[in-house]
Design a protein. Sequence first.
Length: 76
Amino acid sequence: MSGKRMSIAEFVKKNPPKKHGNPCWACSIPERKEVDEAIRSGVGKRSITGWLQQECGYPKDMATEGRIAHHGRNHL
């Protein structure tokens, strides 16, 4: 490569990384602390999802096992 190239810091400043996807649903709910504690203590995603739907009133298309699994994998 000919010529002067920019440093990594300059490159990142001019080309900031793009955020992918939507924010984590479980991170945004008021029950997050309880969900986090349940995941850490070994409660399964099906039980957590059932609690969110039945006890907290979240619709089935909002409180899903996939969202809880994603949260546990990526945010704890």
